[in-house]
Design a protein around this ligand. Structure first.
Ligand code: HEM
Length: 158
């Protein structure tokens, strides 16, 4: 089943057309997209470094993960909303864009991983007792989010 009719519909929505015809809306929305990215990656990097045993060692990993969870979730919601607005403004470009498809694949994997294995591991009291596994769990999370960001950047070039 081709997704082309869905992408054509998204591209023709009044929101998509308004952003596309505006000189400022796309860059303003993309700036918020990048600020959301900074907060999302910021909270994930802090917890991942802690899982690597680097920084904030007086704070238990589980406490840090719990305290930062609302910021991670809030920034993810901002990314999804602003990303969808950017997508509506150039849906047909995204349809032909391999980086966009790879980005969506990375994004799905990153979100599933973040709210299952990563969250369960970071919040378990035994995380600190298993440094090697902590490192592996943290490295996979950083790799997935880096993939989303890299493909997001590549959309504008390929
Ligand atoms: C947490 C999730 C996300 C991350 C980390 C992310 C990351 C990025 C990055 C780094 C850029 C490049 C910005 C630049 O070139 O200055 C970007 C642009 C973009 N993103 Fe996202 N993004 C996310 C979610 C989404 C979603 C859900 C969508 C669509 C459904 C989306 C659609 C786009 C589009 C269309 C662009 C503009 C590409 C262009 O320059 O033409 N993003 N994103």
């Amino acid at each position: 089943m081709s997704l082309l009719p869905f992408f054509q519909w998204c591209d023709s929505t009044w929101i998509g057309v308004t952003i596309r015809q505006s000189r400022y809306l796309f860059p303003v929305i993309e700036t918020v997209h990048l600020l959301g990215l900074a907060l999302l990656l910021g909270t994930t990097i802090i917890i991942s470094l802690r899982l690597f045993g680097i920084g904030m060692r007086r704070q238990p990993v589980a406490q840090l993960a719990e305290d930062l969870a609302p910021w991670t979730l809030g920034s993810l919601i901002v990314m999804l909303l602003t990303g969808f607005l950017l997508f509506l403004s150039e849906a047909l470009k995204c349809y032909d864009s391999r980086p966009f498809r790879l980005k969506m694949a990375f994004l799905l994997a990153a979100i599933l991983y973040q709210f299952t294995i990563y969250r369960r591991f970071a919040r378990s009291s035994s995380a600190a007792l298993r440094p090697v596994w902590s490192g592996v769990v943290a490295a996979i999370s950083l790799g997935l989010w880096f993939g989303v960001g890299l493909m997001g950047r590549a959309i504008g070039f390929y």
